[in-house]
Every structure is written in C-alpha cells, then in structure tokens.
Design a protein around this ligand. Structure first.
Ligand code: SF4
Length: 206
C-alpha cells in the first residue's frame, strides 16, 4: 500500500485500511475505510443547497484539522461513527436520494479521498457537494474533478499565528487559498437551476 499523502499533513505512513487492522494512523487518526457518524436530510445549509427537501448530508468521522473550536467535537475529535464498506457508503447516498435529497453533501471528507472516489465511480443523479475545512492538497482535489459539482470550502484564517494555535496548521491560508483556486478552476462560476438550487459552483464560508 502507498503511504498516505492525501492531505497537506503528509503523514507518509502506511495507513491502515480498517479499524480492525490496528495498524498505523496519521494526524487524522482514521483508517482508509470511511467512518460515518450521521447521515440524513439537512435543512440548515445555504438555501440553494438545502432547498425545500433538504441536503443529503453524510458526516464523516475524524478530521485532518482538529480546530479547538470545532462544533462537531464528538465526531471530529472522538471519532464517533461506524465503519462502512464502499457499497454501504454508496447505499447511504442512494437512500438519501430516495428520501428526496437535492444533493449528496459530504461533510469533512478530506481524509477519506480514496473511499469517496470509489463511491462516486458511478455518477449520482444529483449534484455532489464537497463540504470541507479546506486543509486540502491540490493534487488530491484534482482527482475529484468531474465527480464533485459543488464545493463548500471554509476559509477560516488569514493569520498563520492563529491557524497554528487553533488548528495546528501555520500554513493554512496558503494551503486553503490554493485549494479554493483549484476548486474554482474545476467548477467555474456558480450555476443555479430554475428553482434557485445550486447545480455547480463554489460557496466560500469565512
Ligand atoms: S489523510 Fe490523514 S493520514 Fe493521510 S496525510 Fe492527511 S492526516 Fe495524514
């Protein structure tokens, strides 16, 4: 197995595939197989994402930032969630779409790049939203080209002093701005449908 260099942490470890393996883990403290804490229709994203039927959110466990102010502490720090196979992850998307989800919204998916790519091998009938803290490597994002239609990146800091203190990432601004440029290069200007729902584009949360 190749050592993990998925995100800018560049841990370079032979990351375990499953939590049953008890192998090496990097900064994100998660194996390659996805752990999911919650999946459901979410009505409190931006109106062009949640619409009237809700956004099909999948909350992944673990994180590659570990911000001290995280509102999802139990998911991102304590890694609460259940390990899923790729077909099980795909079945979650299908279930949410059947329930009426306007889109599939992958929340904190960065460290599960390989699983996300595998789960999206067959295109979905609704847009895929990539909802991230934006500590992303451009090389990894390039692999998502054509599979993600909407990017929802945070831009949390300009100050390296603050990003280091609160998210353990002194290079956050340079990393995040390069990532956002790559996202925009993939999606171009935003596109809404006739009902005002986002079909493609990027929304920066700052
Ligand atoms: S995804 Fe996890 S193991 Fe891989 S480089 Fe990032 S923090 Fe390290």
């Amino acid at each position: 197995m190749n050592n993990c260099m998925i995100c800018p942490r560049q841990c370079n470890i032979a990351r375990e595939n499953s939590s049953a393996d008890r192998g090496a883990l990097g900064f994100c403290q998660m194996p390659l197989l996805p752990h999911v804490a919650r999946a459901g229709l979410h009505f409190w994203e931006e109106p062009c994402i949640s619409g009237t039927r809700g956004s099909g959110t999948v909350f992944f466990s673990g994180c590659n930032l570990h911000c001290v102010f995280c509102q999802n502490y139990e998911i991102s720090y304590l890694n609460k969630g259940k390990e899923l196979s790729i077909p099980e992850l795909r079945a979650l998307y299908d279930k949410l779409i059947k329930e009426g989800a306007h889109n599939i919204n992958l929340v904190t998916p960065t460290h599960y790049l390989k699983a996300v790519l595998a789960s999206l091998e067959e295109p979905l009938p609704v847009p895929v939203v990539y909802n991230t803290g934006t500590y992303e490597s451009v090389a990894s994002l390039k692999q998502l080209k054509g599979k993600v239609q909407i990017y929802l990146p945070d831009l949390k800091y300009i100050s390296g002093k603050l990003s280091k203190r609160y998210s353990h990432a002194g290079d956050y601004f340079a990393v995040a701005t390069a990532a956002i440029k790559e996202m925009y290069a993939q999606t171009g200007p935003y596109v809404l449908d006739e009902a005002g729902m986002m079909k493609s584009g990027i929304i920066i949360r700052h």
